[in-house]
Design a protein around this ligand. Structure first.
Ligand SMILES: Cc1cc2nc3c(=O)[nH]c(=O)nc-3n(C[C@H](O)[C@H](O)[C@H](O)COP(=O)(O)OP(=O)(O)OC[C@H]3O[C@@H](n4cnc5c(N)ncnc54)[C@H](O)[C@@H]3O)c2cc1C
Length: 333
């Protein structure tokens, strides 16, 4: 049975950052169930925190990673209160190319296998036995540490008996609308979260999220309100994906031999659903805890994430204000 020090499941922003930052001395394997050319349901917006992380690491994205317009004004449209508010800038990326680019930063010493699915693991006398399924069938491998970077519906998290993330359903469509800004719409008739319109190269993405599949029909209300306010449009692709819905005690960082990063750990902004900046920072911090392996990895990692957790809990408080049209008007005005 092949043996590793560290196996990373998931080559999204958390897994790629972890693999890039991990010390080369470890025998490490990065796997992902998809191939990189598959679509990823995401609005592809980088917040200031994500941009700050890239700058701090002297990273400049290739031109093909950026979507047009590259910089977007963030505009809040409060349709409950008929208010409009401008708030900062966002960077616009092509999400598939962004993930590919992050992956290209990883040192060749990290063995990488795509189209390989993690199906579970067991603790066996001081190491972990992992069950994988790849192009050549099923396989068992051994590892000392397992890094779960497998996103919102994390199988690694579930296999560790950690309560699974609860989900909203994100629904996104491509349209031929022509707009210049990124709009975030608050409207109780549509949902209790928000909906978005994001220009992306030749298209505009429109999206929303719903607590229950029976509410997916409300997307039609969103579409008809867009038509009233922005004009007619045709839609092309439709994508659906789970979005972590932060509830009580939803953040978990793993156990003795398993570390969770990114959305697998529940790291997402409760007020905006933004997760890329948390994936980058948690992947980075988890890898750095492996620099001093004599310490308790989980405790060092948790310690390094304290300030990020505080930031998220602050956003959770903000979310309860945003949800209420009466309270929201005070926040936006
Ligand atoms: C509709 C929508 C819009 C969003 N828009 C934005 C946005 O504009 N900006 C933003 O910051 N965030 C956005 N997010 C959130 C963002 O996409 C995630 O928070 C971010 O991708 C988390 O990164 P990650 O590396 O933790 O996980 P992911 O990016 O989800 O990567 C997980 C990886 O694990 C792999 N994987 C999963 N299970 C297995 C398995 N069993 N075996 C092997 N591999 C596996 C997957 O193939 C995937 O590549 C959006 C989310 C949704 C649903």
């Amino acid at each position: 049975m092949k043996e590793y020090d560290v196996v990373i499941v998931g080559a999204g922003p958390a897994g790629s950052t972890f693999s890039w930052k991990l010390d080369n001395d470890y025998r490490s394997l990065l796997i992902d169930k998809r191939s990189f050319d598959q679509k990823k349901t995401c609005a592809g917006l980088l917040t200031e925190r994500a941009i700050e992380y890239l700058k701090k690491n002297d990273l400049t994205m290739d031109e093909k990673v950026l979507s047009k317009p590259e910089k977007l004004k963030q505009v809040y449209l409060d349709w409950d209160n008929n208010e409009e508010n401008r708030n900062g800038n966002l960077m616009n990326v092509d999400r598939v190319n962004f993930d590919k680019w992050l992956n290209s930063l990883i040192d060749q010493d990290v063995e990488t296998k795509f189209n390989t699915r993690y199906n579970g693991h067991k603790n066996k006398n001081g190491h972990l036995e992992l069950y994988l399924k790849g192009e050549n069938g099923e396989k068992k491998i051994k590892t000392s540490y397992l890094i779960g970077c497998d996103g919102s519906a994390s199988k690694v998290r579930n296999t560790c008996d950690i309560p699974p993330n609860k989900h909203r359903i994100g629904l996104q469509k491509k349209t031929d609308l022509d707009i210049e800004n990124a709009y975030f719409v608050f409207d109780e008739e549509i949902n209790s979260f928000y909906s978005w319109l994001v220009p992306k190269d030749r298209f505009t993405l429109i999206g929303s999220s719903f607590n229950h599949s029976k509410n997916l029909d409300r997307f039609k209300i969103f579409e008809s309100k867009i038509k009233e306010r922005f004009g007619k449009f045709d839609t092309y692709d439709e994508e659906v994906a789970p979005m972590t819905m932060p509830q009580k005690n939803w953040l978990h960082f793993g156990n003795e031999r398993v570390i969770l990063c990114g959305e697998a750990a529940g790291l997402i902004s409760p007020s905006s659903g933004e997760g890329i900046s948390y994936a980058l920072r948690s992947g980075d911090r988890a890898a750095k805890t492996f620099d001093k392996i004599e310490d308790n990895i989980l405790n060092s990692y948790k310690e390094s994430m304290k300030e990020v957790v505080d930031e998220i809990l602050e956003k959770k408080r903000k979310q309860s204000i945003i949800e209420s049209p009466e309270k929201r008007i005070k926040l936006f005005s």
